[in-house]
Design a protein around this ligand. Structure first.
Ligand SMILES: [Zn+2]
Length: 451
């Protein structure tokens, strides 16, 4: 399989020349990569600062999510986005968020109908979808209501988990249009997130039911809500065709939820999510690209700074709980052990085994969709990043069947994100790969050859 999306299908034909130009540049750059013999280990190999581009398109969400989960590394996280075309067909794109944004920025605004998929059971930030019909609520001050809700939410988090945050942690995106007030709030907090979006849903539903209860009773007392004036809390209720309710949409905390991303619109609505003027999020002083910064930070399930994160959750009795990110990951792994196919190429297995003597291949995992094989190694811990053996942590090799190359990565935390220079595999080995080229792969090659 090829790594790239067929551009005409993904972007529409108008952007194809632009994509081709980019592909050409990549091809040019690749010519300058020096390949060496696997034994010719270069101790000065430079860690790559950014992940190599990856983009894969799927019709089925499950396949896309599995692909993103399989190929995400500790520091290089792939996300799954949904693109909806004018016929309301949805396609799923797995890619690095930075690359996704770069491509988005080249698209005409009206075609940016994109959603983030919030993967089930994955950590995510707290988010709100707020809305009301302006005609039914002519006197409502949506901006003030949102500020009140942020304040209330922060007080709940402080009360239940002793974590502090305020409006400077909240990205406030607005897509109001005449007649409709509409906002997304994303609590892009730096030191905590939630175990998954069900837990976000539990919290939001608890806040909402407390609000209903508190506002409806004359002399109610509440540990959190009593800190607020009743008037400001009553203001959060809006008129709808079905009666009075809160302006909070409670339906957005479901399995693999699609959540519209920054600058995206619904088809034909011209209601792009923009940063609200009253947004008080503390942006970094000098971001490389402010737009990219807004996009990345407003993603609900993308958390590259996760090492430091505490994950908030409720237990079965709805008691609040805090876990570290690694505890969460362990729990998730125990909960759903993954089964992978082994390498289908005995000649390649033999070649790798020879390379790492006296070490051994402990396990191989074949990722069929992306045509990658990962070899877990024991007894041979030479890491190109440090130019010597690790004392305890193991290294692993990744073979890229499509590009016929292999490279080394490392389980040592200090080497997180390190990828060695790719090394070309010998013809005696790659000879056996050729049979595996299916017609789709050949088509894609022909396509790329045209530019
Ligand atoms: Zn290492």
């Amino acid at each position: 399989m090829n790594n790239s999306i067929i551009p005409a299908r993904f972007y529409g034909h108008s952007l194809t020349p632009l994509f081709n130009e980019r592909a050409k540049k990549v091809q040019e750059a690749k010519k300058h990569i020096r390949y060496s013999d696997p034994w010719d280990i270069n101790p000065r190999a430079r860690p790559l600062t950014s992940p190599s581009p990856y983009k894969q398109e799927f019709w089925k969400q499950n396949e896309a999510l599995a692909n993103a989960a399989e190929l995400s590394e500790y520091d290089d996280i792939l996300c799954c986005f949904v693109f909806q075309d004018e016929n309301e067909r949805r396609r799923f794109i797995v890619t690095y968020p930075e690359d996704f944004w770069t491509d988005c920025e080249r698209m005409p605004l009206e075609k940016r109908v994109f959603y983030e998929v919030i993967p089930e059971l994955s950590p995510c930030f707290l988010y709100y979808d707020l809305e009301f019909e302006v005609d039914l609520n002519p006197d409502k001050d949506g901006v003030r209501m949102a500020q009140t809700l942020i304040h209330v939410t922060c007080e709940y988090i402080a009360y239940h988990w002793k974590c502090s945050c305020d409006r400077r942690a909240v990205i406030n995106l607005d897509s109001s249009r005449p007649g409709k007030f509409s906002k997304h709030l994303i609590f892009s907090t730096s030191d905590f997130a939630f175990s998954n979006n069900y837990h976000v849903g539990y919290l939001v539903k608890m806040i909402c039911s407390d609000l209903v209860d508190y506002v409806s009773r004359e002399s109610a007392q509440h540990d959190v809500l009593s800190k607020f004036s009743k008037e400001s809390l009553e203001e959060l209720f809006i008129e709808t065709n079905k009666g009075k309710k809160l302006f909070v949409d409670l339906n957005v905390y479901t399995k693999n939820r699609h959540f519209r991303v920054y600058k995206a619109t619904k088809w034909g609505k011209h209601s792009h999510l923009q940063q609200a003027p009253e947004c008080q999020y503390s942006w970094p002083k000098k971001p490389k690209s402010k737009e990219m910064e807004i996009f990345l930070n407003s993603l609900v399930s993308y958390m590259p700074r996760k090492k430091k994160l505490q994950l908030l959750s409720f237990d079965q009795d709805k008691k609040s709980k805090i876990l570290s990110y690694s505890q969460h990951t362990e729990m998730k792994q125990n909960y759903a052990p993954k089964e992978y196919a082994k390498s289908p190429y005995p000649v390649l297995d033999k070649y790798i085994s020879e390379l790492i003597k006296p070490g051994k291949v402990r396990d191989s995992k074949f990722f069929e969709i992306r045509q990658l094989i990962i070899y877990e190694i024991v007894g041979f811990r030479y890491c190109e990043n440090i130019g010597r053996w690790h004392k305890s942590n193991n290294v692993y090799y990744i073979v890229d069947i499509v590009n016929k190359t292999m490279y080394q990565k490392c389980h040592d935390e200090d080497c997180a994100g390190f990828i060695s220079d790719p090394k070309r595999l010998p013809v005696e080995v790659t000879f056996y790969f050729e049979d595996e080229c299916d017609p789709l792969f050949l088509d894609l090659n022909d396509y790329n050859a045209k530019d």
